[in-house]
Design a protein around this ligand. Structure first.
Ligand SMILES: CC(=O)SCCNC(=O)CCNC(=O)[C@H](O)C(C)(C)COP(=O)(O)OP(=O)(O)OC[C@H]1O[C@@H](n2cnc3c(N)ncnc32)[C@H](O)[C@@H]1OP(=O)(O)O
Ligand SMILES: O=C(O)CCC(=O)C(=O)O
Ligand SMILES: [Zn+2]
Length: 424
């Protein structure tokens, strides 16, 4: 030994303080977090939202906006639902969009015959496999379901378009039944199989386990559909992709049956965090806000205040400790860059949680010159006032200007007057 410990010879790519234990492990070969497609179902699952009534013009506007945003697939309501649904499906197929157009049908030959005549690029076929749905919905056993699935899948395939087979209520279905029917349809050449958490009961670990198991059983693509009844829809989508799922169903703002499914914006936020460049290159992120406003208007709801990315306070920083660090480097408290989504950052200072660093920044924005001690004095005044009532930005700006004028006039009595509690 020459006195140098062996660890000193190990080259570190990043200093320990910069290593992030939560980044994606690219060694996981199954993972599709940077190789997946969105099946956007605002015009199918979203039409099942309590408030949704989409006339033809609105459907076309939404389809065009989804296409412009860059989703890979747009899923439409079954043309068997009504004559208008069928006509709308044909009209959207004729728009010549870049996104592939799918429609969603029961595992039923009559529905399939109507669907293939509309001009869609593919058909998503579904049937319940849980004992609840076998007993109380369609009343069919697994043998019947399998025979029916083979017939419908073969029929759609014979028309030269994509076909997906999905089991509704997958997480409350028997695992052997599930794997067996997925294997059967995979063998006859289905393009995708689908897993659906129809009641929102699954958690990310269960999703990971099921998708990972299925990945070892079928060679076709795997689509996943997650309801949000228990708040796991985005996390479940992420877990599914980590386990090898290839397609995720979304809807704008998450609208759908009950409280809906994985929201498009929430999925985008999650996936951007996993691989920013992949998501920025794939989707027109600055169009998200307009897309959400379009759908919110169509179904007469407000975009929630805490919505992913576009909520009105998604990029507002308030507490003094945060504000100081954000002003030095936005990455301290932002995992999403607002400018990547056409959004802007806002630092709020008119409140009792503010700090002198944030106030100093505002002083500089207003073109005023104060020493640090003077900024600290006026910060105390802002806090005193904010203890009494909420302050607008205008209140704060007026106070800063009054204080600055008093300082520059050299009149200590005026300065004391501005700083006195309750004046202003
Ligand atoms: C979990 C999901 O979101 S699945 C997608 C849900 N989407 C829709 O329901 C689309 C809109 N639905 C409709 O317009 C209508 O329900 C239709 C046109 C599909 C069917 O209407 P109706 O013939 O009047 O039947 P109804 O809606 O009362 O019942 C559903 C029928 O489909 C059967 N069924 C239910 N699910 C399936 C399935 N996945 N595959 C095959 N048959 C099914 C039921 O047994 C029932 O049959 P029945 O007529 O012999 O009783
Ligand atoms: O077709 C699917 O995979 C999903 C159907 C659906 O909306 C659900 O099961 O919640
Ligand atoms: Zn659903």
């Amino acid at each position: 030994m020459n006195g140098t410990s062996s660890s000193n010879n190990i080259k570190q790519d990043n200093p320990p303080s910069l290593q992030n234990p939560y980044t994606q492990h690219y060694s996981d070969l199954l993972s599709r977090v940077n190789k997946f497609s969105i099946i956007e179902s605002t015009l199918r699952e979203g039409e099942q939202f309590a408030n949704a009534f989409f006339d033809t013009a609105t459907k076309i506007e939404i389809a065009k906006a989804l296409d412009a945003f860059g989703v890979e697939y747009i899923e439409l309501t079954s043309p068997a639902a009504s004559e208008q649904s069928r006509e709308d499906c044909v009209a959207i197929c004729n728009l010549g969009l870049k996104a592939k157009i799918l429609t969603h049908i029961r595992c039923h030959m009559g529905d399939a015959q109507i669907a293939v005549e509309t001009g869609v690029d593919g058909v998503d076929v579904v049937i319940g496999t849980s004992s609840y749905l076998r007993e109380f919905s369609h009343g069919k056993d697994m043998n019947y379901i399998t025979t029916q699935a083979i017939e419908v899948v073969n029929y759609v395939k014979s028309k030269g378009i994509e076909v997906r087979f999905s089991s509704e209520d997958s997480f409350r279905s028997d695992l052997v039944d599930l794997l067996s029917i997925y294997r059967t349809v995979d063998k006859i050449g289905v393009n995708r199989v689908g897993i659906a958490d129809t009641v929102g009961c699954a958690n990310p670990r269960q999703v990971y386990d099921l998708v990972r198991t299925l990945r070892g059983v079928v060679s076709c693509d795997i689509e996943c559909h997650f309801h949000n009844d228990t708040g796991c829809a985005i996390a479940n989508a992420y877990a599914a992709l980590e386990a090898g799922a290839t397609h995720i169903d979304t809807s704008v703002l998450g609208i759908g049956e009950r409280n809906g499914i994985t929201p498009l914006g929430g999925l985008v936020a999650r996936m951007y965090t996993a691989d920013k460049e992949y998501i920025k290159n794939k989707y027109k992120l600055h169009m998200l806000r307009d897309l959400e406003n379009l759908v919110a208007d169509a179904v007469q709801v407000q975009v929630p205040f805490n919505n992913y990315i576009t909520g009105y306070c998604s990029f507002t920083h308030k507490a003094g400790i945060h504000a100081k660090a954000i002003l030095n480097n936005p990455s301290t408290y932002e995992i999403l860059k607002p400018e990547d989504f056409g959004m802007t950052r806002y630092v709020s200072i008119g409140h009792r949680l503010t700090g002198w660093n944030a106030v100093k920044n505002r002083v500089e924005q207003l073109g005023l010159t104060l020493t640090d001690d003077q900024v600290k004095q006026v910060t105390i005044k802002i806090k005193e006032l904010a203890d009494i009532r909420p302050l607008t930005m205008e209140d704060v700006d007026n106070l800063l200007r009054d204080f600055h004028n008093a300082i520059t006039s050299g009149d200590q009595l005026r300065v004391d007057g501005v700083l006195a509690v309750g004046t202003n």
